[in-house]
Design a protein around this ligand. Sequence first.
Ligand SMILES: NC(=O)c1ccc[n+]([C@@H]2O[C@H](COP(=O)([O-])OP(=O)(O)OC[C@H]3O[C@@H](n4cnc5c(N)ncnc54)[C@H](OP(=O)(O)O)[C@@H]3O)[C@@H](O)[C@H]2O)c1
Length: 218
Amino acid sequence: MINQLIWSIGTLTLAVLFLQLCKFIIPYLRSSQLIKYKTEDAYALITGATDGIGKAIAIELADNGFNILIHGRNVEKLKSVEKEIIRKNTACKVINLIHDGSKSSRMDIAPISHLPITILVNNAGVGPISELATMSNQEIDQTIMLNTAFPSQLTHDLIPFLKKASLILNVSSYAGILPPPYLAVYAGTKAYNNAFSISLARELENIEVISLLSGLKI
Ligand SMILES: NC(=O)c1ccc[n+]([C@@H]2O[C@H](COP(=O)([O-])OP(=O)(O)OC[C@H]3O[C@@H](n4cnc5c(N)ncnc54)[C@H](OP(=O)(O)O)[C@@H]3O)[C@@H](O)[C@H]2O)c1
C-alpha cells in the first residue's frame, strides 16, 4: 500500500516535471512568427534601443528586413546603433527618437504616426538595486515612470496607428513573478508589465501582445 502511494507520488512528480520541461522547451522549438508582421516597408519601434536587450532586438529585426525606429536619450549612442544597423543592412531605413521616459511619459509620436509600424517593443527600463528605505523619492518616481507609465502611454498613443497583424512586445522580467529583495519598486513595475500585457492581449483582436520574461544570467 505504502509502496503504491510512493510510486503514485513519484509518477505524478515526474509528470509535472516533464510538463514544466515541455513548457520551457516548446517556445524555443517554434518557428519564427515574424513574417506575420513583415508587410511592405514595415517599421519596428524599439524603446531603449541604444544598449543591451533593446539594441540586440533592433539589430535582429533589421536583419529580418524591418525598418527601424530606435529610441534612447543619447544622440551619440543612437547614431552609433544606426550606423551599426545600416552597415549590415544597407536598405534599412533607421529613424532616431530622443525622449527621456523617466521625466515624461508622453513621447511625441506625430512625426512617425504615418509610418507603417507593425512592431512596438517596449524595452526601456531601469532596475536600481537598493533597500527601499534608502531609495530617493526621485529614483522611485523615475523608475515607475520609465518602466510603467512610459510604455503604457506609448502603447496607448500608437495603437490607433498600428497596422493589422501587429505585435507589441513588452520586455518584462522574472522579478515580476518571483520578486527578490532589494528590487521592490522594480519588481512591482515588472508585475505591472505582465498584467498590462495579459489584459491588453485579451482586449485587442489583430494585435498580438507578449510579455517577455527575461532573467539575469549570472
Ligand atoms: N539585463 C537583464 O538581465 C534584464 C533582466 C530582466 C529584465 N530586463 C529588462 O530588459 C529591459 C532592458 O534592459 P537592459 O539590461 O538591456 O538595459 P540597458 O542595457 O541598461 O539599456 C537600457 C536602455 O534603456 C534606455 N533608457 C534608460 N533610461 C532611459 C530613460 N530615462 N529614457 C529613455 N531611455 C532610457 C537606455 O538608453 P540611454 O542610451 O539613453 O541610456 C538603453 O537604451 C529593461 O526593461 C529591463 O527591466 C533586463
